[in-house]
Design a protein. Structure first.
Length: 127
């Protein structure tokens, strides 16, 4: 059986173009501004993506959980695309759970929540 190069019916393609740990100096195509993210999102949607997973960045291009930036990003992606918007709750896994879950206030369609590996930290999703 030959491998398929196109998604089948019901396939949901998620793109994660921003990455939390990459830096623009190392990855020149990394979208770090809202305008760059919108351009990338439109390109991904045109290529068949249905979901965009986003890490928000501050003015210094570091990952942030700034509520205004989160809300502005969700609004801009909804206005400029038909993608399902999934926010990362990780500025960093060291951020408090309360701060990480505050991304829900930006009203995304979905969120991801990474947690420390059990046994490797005293923090869990419930702490």
């Amino acid at each position: 059986m030959a491998a398929s190069t196109s998604p089948g019916p019901g396939t949901l393609i998620t793109v994660a173009p921003t990455g939390a740990e990459a830096e623009k100096a190392a990855v020149p195509g990394l979208p770090v501004t809202l305008n760059e993210l919108l351009i990338t999102a439109k390109e991904c949607e045109a290529a068949g993506a249905a979901v965009i997973h986003v890490h928000i960045r501050d003015e210094a291009t570091r990952p942030t959980l700034d509520r205004r930036r989160l809300a502005d990003t969700v609004a801009a992606l909804r206005e400029g695309t038909d993608l399902i918007v999934q926010l990362s709750t990780g500025g960093a896994v060291t951020d408090s759970l309360t701060d990480r879950l505050a991304v829900l206030d930006a009203d995304p369609d979905a969120c991801s929540l990474s947690s420390p590996t059990p046994g490797r930290s005293s923090r869990t999703c419930t702490s």
